[in-house]
Design a protein around this ligand. Structure first.
Ligand code: NAD
Length: 251
């Protein structure tokens, strides 16, 4: 059997990635995994991301942090322009920034708008800003971080969280169908319960009821994200990849 040509390996050397929500948790793990695969990484977060930047730099990657609110379109647009000037044209987006307030069926319109503005509008602003140049260069790899809540609803999160994640799924599929002819792929990952600061205050499921007998880790999500961004996934677009240790299956 012949070896894969070099251009089809998992190396992301020469790529520039923007990862949102990468000060900690799933975004941070994705940023580090992309850095390990050779990409230059721009970290977007509301929080300072010094630890992520230091860890990515220690892995030999060019990495810089931008502290901004992803729900503000002008801030995203200005930061993307700075990334292009500092690191080069952006070919990878991982949209992991998100908020998950505890809630109920209805927590009021203020919370609804706030959660959608971060979880959905934030991803939209970044994609809208980067898509034209990706399509012009015929090279775009986008991963949107949704959730099992998109398909099954949430019990501990508010309804606006589930709605934002469901909308992210349809948004991603729209980008995938329209971007395919222009070299832009867009996939969605839908994690189950991953141990991060987001759910640290919530009751944990009984591990014995989980098929894998453990919760997920940010690294469990980061590996598939890198795969989806790599040339090995060149013909994969529009998928919603469940990452939940067998807790929930869906087509
Ligand atoms: N942890 C889980 O069980 C789980 C499951 C499914 C999906 N997710 C999704 O994964 C993503 C990452 O979550 P996590 O678990 O790592 O949580 P986390 O709270 O550890 O990380 C979220 C990051 O997003 C940043 N952020 C929040 N609002 C922002 C804003 N307005 N602008 C810029 N950055 C902002 C936070 O500062 C934080 O660094 C989220 O989209 C979340 O909904 C998490």
């Amino acid at each position: 059997m012949s070896a894969l040509p070099v251009s089809r390996n998992a190396s992301l050397q020469g790529h520039v990635a923007i990862v949102t929500g990468a000060a900690r948790g799933i975004g941070a793990a994705a940023a580090l995994a992309l850095a390990e695969a050779g990409a230059s990484v721009a970290v977007f977060d509301l929080l300072a991301a010094d630890e992520t930047v230091a860890a990515a730099t220690a892995r030999g990657a060019a990495c810089r942090g931008w502290q901004l609110d992803i729900s503000h379109e002008e801030a995203v647009s200005a930061a993307v322009a700075e990334v292009v000037a500092a690191l080069g044209p952006v070919s990878i987006i991982v949209a992991a920034a998100g908020v998950m307030p505890a809630g109920a069926v209805d927590s009021g319109i203020r919370q609804w708008r706030q959660v959608l503005s971060v979880n959905l509008d934030g991803a939209r602003h970044l994609v809208a800003q980067c898509y034209p140049a990706m399509a012009a260069r015929h090279d775009g790899r986008i991963v949107l971080v949704s959730s099992v809540a998109a398909r099954q609803g949430g019990l501990l999160a508010g309804s606006e969280y589930s709605a934002s994640k469901g909308a992210l799924l349809s948004f991603g599929r729209h980008i995938a169908r329209n971007g395919a002819a222009h070299g832009v792929r867009c996939n969605i990952v839908s994690p189950g319960v991953i141990e991060t600061a987001m759910n640290a205050h919530l009751p944990k499921p009984d591990l014995q009821t989980l098929p894998a007998r453990r919760l997920g880790t940010p690294e469990d999500v980061a590996g598939p994200v890198v795969f989806l961004c790599s040339d090995r996934a060149n013909y994969i677009t529009g998928i919603d990849l469940p990452i939940n240790g067998g807790q929930l299956f869906y087509p």
